[in-house]
Design a protein around this ligand. Sequence first.
Ligand code: GLY
Length: 562
Amino acid sequence: MIKRLIPLLLVISIVACQTAIKKERITGRITDSAMVVSAHPLASRAGSEILQKGGNAIDAAIATQLVLAVVHPSAGNVGGGGFMVVRLNDGSAYTLDYRETAPSGATTNMYLGETGEVIKGLSETGHLASGVPGTVAGLAEAHKKFGKLPWKELVQPAIDLAMDGFILTEHEAEGLNYIQEDLEKFNSILPNHLMNAWKAGDSIRHTDLGYALERIRDNGRAGFYEGKTADLIVEEMKRGNGLITHEDLQAYQAIWREPITGEYKNYKIISMPPPSSGGIALIQLLKSVEPYPIQEWGWNTAPTVHLMTEAERRVYADRAAYLGDPDFFEVPVDKITHPVYIEERMKTFDPQKATPSRDIKEGVLQPGESSQTTHLSVIDQYGNAVAVTTTLNDGYGSRVVVAGAGFILNDEMDDFSMKPGVPNMYGAIGGEANKIMPGKRMLSSMTPTIVEKDGHLLMVVGTPGGTTIITSVFQTILNVLEHNMTMQEAVTAKRFHSQWIPDTIQPEFGALLKDDSLQLIRYGHTFESRSSIGRVDAILVLANGKLEGGADPRGDDAADGF
Ligand code: GLY
């Protein structure tokens, strides 16, 4: 009897053991019909409350972004710009460009010294670093076209938090402490509401910002681009030799643009066209890897990482040569996203060997034709979806706080190419397509994206991170579509980045197993590790119609909804 039991016990113990090592699926917050995921729990809450009042995804995105301007001032903003991708429940898609523009006084060589060298830091901090802000014009325009609730109701949650105060998280306290010296250096009138040795749990109020938000609540776009706030911005510029004028502010316009779309297997990608490089690059990347069995190769194995890196090299070389503001430079969108062009680009891909970046140039066209940004994803109870990525560029932008208005201005001018071949703060280089010209929008990597499967809404996704935005969105999408991850797993999974120049793979700690790293070194790759890449916030529509939020654990990010 005992003898007969031994094999059975063995089988039971093996099964028990396998059950024990079977990986637990980690899911994010699940809701029935509506969700907001953003970089701060108070912002996600505000957006969710707007949805509960009957507002739609556009309303919620507006309220969420304005609350981020108060509670997450390193990236949430009224002094910056952004992009919004909208997919309505009838399947129609729209993209809104509220990217900053170069002031009318800007010149191509404004950051070069007498001998033609780039003056370090001039495009990154201080008054000259700022482009004309686009956020308020963008949000007002989005509301005019799609808003359901009154504008005032959407601005009020941000005003309440600015005026009444809120509790700092550890991330936010650390961020503010990190910029104290710069705040002293770049502000002749010190922004007292930001100056302190902050600790998690401290309460903070932004009264000047609250009054500026009240002017926006009461007068819409005119409450920022005209009147008292405009006067305060121009005075601030005069104090620090900045360039933004009343005329620049009045002339600023947000622009509806044709979304960039592409196919990956039976999925449709809807993303941001130029002046973002994000949508084009994402579609190029997905098309480049589509013919290869990456599901079989597995997540972050040597063959998968090698393929993705080689695709990224080629795509970022194209980015440097061909992408800029389409109103100033003819961007060959159709050519560089054409499947035949992408196939041609990948012909030099060697599965066993890295191609040195110095051997990669932009593709040949056929004749004829702090890194800190923040992202939010929304799906409403009516089936509409919104992806917004918004930025001051670097964390806390130019570090210039508009005295009397309490908000920080962007340092988006650094996203222009200062000089052909000279890298910006993200190591990105550029040339003619992205040179500085008055009124021009600087090239962006922001990639707010919506994915459809078989014509139905599947995912809303995006992240901050400068040039790593594109590769983070790329990986998050593949994590779900190819590696069968839940939304939360896809967001949490360790990432790596590569971008042609510098010629390295930059993994987060733990992104690659030792054997895969060694194999990649044998292929000819080199590594430069990074502490953290991006803060992806995403929503997945599950097979049962419920929503799963993926809120990035790298920050305070949170999902909220019902
Ligand atoms: N400032 C980051 C980006 O727009 O790509």
